[in-house]
Design a protein around this ligand. Structure first.
Ligand code: CMP
Length: 147
């Protein structure tokens, strides 16, 4: 069965352009429930660990520089089939290739400054959600306790 959660990061470029509200609005319009959220600065260690799979890529140092250049919003989004649904809504990593109406088409500046991150598999979604949020910081729509 497909997973019900994904992790998003609204990146420093989008935060500095005051796109937090418009992006969250798109997320809500798409039917996602926000079950955890935080605004803060990533330090180099956190950014490096988060993007460790890209450590050998030529863009890695620049990506870490960018991701630690200002505050980010990190959130867990819930919906049936969350990873695939959210990736469809954010569009291609390269905003010039993203479909009209997608978050990256609307708010991204470039491949690196691409407005948002979205988990790429259910397995990575689990790892990424655990990376940023403890269980007590989550308020799941699937937990009758909360809603
Ligand atoms: P994200 O979904 O956060 O996952 C890895 C990030 O690396 C990606 O979004 C982009 O911001 C960045 N990235 C991927 N490919 C390139 C590239 N070719 N040049 C620059 N940045 C890239």
């Amino acid at each position: 069965m497909a997973g019900t959660k994904t992790l998003t990061i609204i990146k420093p470029g989008a935060v500095s352009h005051e796109y937090i509200g418009p992006i969250l609005n798109k997320i809500n319009e798409a039917g996602f429930h926000i079950s955890a959220m935080r605004l803060f600065m990533l330090n180099r260690q956190q950014a490096g660990n988060f993007y460790q799979v890209h450590a050998e890529k030529p863009f890695y140092n620049s990506l870490i520089e960018f991701m630690t250049s200002g505050p980010v919003v990190v959130a867990i989004l819930e919906k049936e089939n969350a990873v695939i649904e959210y990736r469809r809504r954010i569009g291609h990593t390269d905003p010039s290739k993203a479909e009209p109406g997608t978050i990256r088409k609307m708010f991204a500046e470039s491949m690196e400054r691409n407005a948002v991150h979205g988990s790429d598999s259910d397995e990575n979604a689990e790892i990424e959600c655990d990376f940023f949020f403890s269980k007590s910081e989550r308020f799941s729509i699937f937990d009758k306790h909360h809603f």
